[in-house]
Design a protein around this ligand. Structure first.
Ligand code: NAD
Length: 422
């Protein structure tokens, strides 16, 4: 589990933003009004109360949510976050974005999201396990390998998924690894899952660079956030010849125009808890780092970090959104006008859910792939999703975000029509 309580809780009006994005894409595609009408609210929302006997002997209840946005293209899929700021609207918005992400990549899923209002850092391991199992007991009738398949999200991890899979299996009366993804390898997790988000993101950067004629061996990158997504993205970009000139985390930032060694930086962070103070670079201001010279900017930490306040000063040619929601709608317009290629979150970070899908497929087949097979399949699906989005943006003369929504909604609308919903 991450050590700081900071990453990514979406702004209060996130559900309004999600609806606006949905409406804009429906209008751009001239879809029948029924598409927006059906998708503007999740199909099902569960609100549950989870009692936990704390170590003190006291009983405390926690509020949990699960939103299942639509199952028009398959069972629903999406993570569970444990965070004190979780709200129902946030969970609903995230479930809608999961629908868009899954359909953009062509996964046979609709979107879902879950959350529990809790600060997990204040729980003992025993309390955390009881809460994880209690959440599953509360929503057991709503989930299942053919119904709704949860996964990790902010402040939940493979161990939490292991407990949840176990609780569901006990209640179902059979071992059911396909009910949840992001599990430890020992209970049906997939090779390559840990690196999947960053790997998928780097595939999209590679494709965007080729379209722009940007030679990656001469290119520079700045990465905001040096956690799961950011640190692996730094390493994989470096392997492609990109010079990593700047990296930040919640404590600070380092910069070196001659290049930072991502392996040494990871060792420094493991030893000290932060990238700041790294001997191979100079400490700089974290916010200012986003505006420093580079070809590729990878926000891999928080939402709403590229805003109307700094978008004019972003110098990168490519912004690859490993994080969810790092760019505000106003900033999006500014970057589009300035000719910056933004690879939107639902495309750039779709590698995570794609390998979760592979995990589910392997669980259902009881046959497991090598890491090489996982990575090859991931590459094929990410490149295809990138190309479809890029072509749509060219054809309709819209930014990559709207184009990604349009590709996704086109697929959803076809499924709705085929099922007689519209
Ligand atoms: P993480 O907790 O492993 O890492 C987050 C990093 O961001 C940490 O290094 C933290 O120090 C840093 N950070 C926090 N505040 C910061 C600030 N103000 N400035 C700079 N850095 C700051 O989380 P993660 O799993 O890498 O997720 C990062 C983002 O990627 C989130 O938006 C998440 O939703 C998104 N994402 C992750 C996955 C995945 O599989 N891990 C999948 C899809 C999307």
């Amino acid at each position: 589990m991450a050590t700081e309580l900071k990453v990514q809780h979406v702004t209060e009006n996130s559900f309004d933003i999600a609806r606006q994005q949905l409406r804009a894409a429906c209008e751009a595609l001239n879809l029948p009004s029924g598409v927006y009408e059906i998708l503007k609210e999740p199909a099902r929302v569960y609100v549950v109360s989870i009692p936990v006997k704390m170590d003190s002997g006291e009983v405390k209840t926690f509020i949990g949510y699960r939103a299942q946005h639509t199952d028009v293209t398959g069972p629903t899929k999406g993570g569970i976050r444990f965070h004190p700021n979780v709200t129902l609207d946030e969970v609903k918005a995230l479930s809608m974005w999961m629908t868009m992400k899954c359909n953009l990549v062509g996964l046979p899923y609709g979107g879902a999201k879950g959350g529990v209002v809790v600060n997990p850092k204040k729980l003992s391991q025993r309390e955390l396990e009881q809460l994880s199992r209690g959440y599953i007991r509360a929503i057991v009738d709503a989930i299942g390998p053919d119904r709704d398949i949860p996964a990790p999200d902010v402040y939940t991890n493979a161990q939490v998924m292991g407990w949840m899979m176990d609780e569901y299996s006990k209640l179902a009366g059979c071992c059911s690894p396909g009910v949840i993804t992001g599990k430890p390898l020992a209970v049906g997790g997939s090779l390559g899952r840990n690196e999947a988000t960053a790997r998928g993101c780097v595939f999209t950067v590679r494709e965007a660079a080729a379209k722009l004629g940007l030679d990656l061996s001469q290119a520079t990158a700045i990465i905001q956030g040096f956690g799961n997504a950011g640190s692996v993205a730094a390493r994989l970009l470096n392997e492609l010849g990109v010079t990593i000139v700047g990296v930040s985390d919640s404590q600070g930032a380092v910069y070196n125009p001659a290049g930072l060694d991502p392996y040494a930086l990871a060792e420094h962070k493991a030893a000290t808890g932060s990238v700041k103070g790294f001997a191979g670079g100079t400490d700089v201001d974290g916010d200012g780092l986003l505006e420093m010279p580079c070809d590729i900017l990878v926000p891999a930490a928080l939402e709403n970090v590229i805003t109307a306040g700094n978008a004019e000063r972003i110098q990168a040619r490519i912004v690859a959104e490993a994080a969810n929601g790092p760019t505000t709608p106003e900033a999006d317009e500014i970057l589009f006008r300035r000719g910056v290629t933004v690879i939107p979150d639902i495309l750039a970070n779709a590698g995570g859910v794609t390998v979760s899908y592979f995990e589910w497929v392997q669980n259902r087949m009881h046959f497991y792939w090598t890491e090489e097979e996982v990575n090859q399949r991931l590459e094929r699906m990410m490149v295809e999703a990138f190309c479809k989005t890029y072509e749509m943006s060219r054809e309709k003369q819209v930014n990559m975000r709207l184009a990604a929504y349009m590709v996704s909604l086109d697929r959803i609308a076809k499924a709705m029509a085929a099922r007689g919903w519209i």
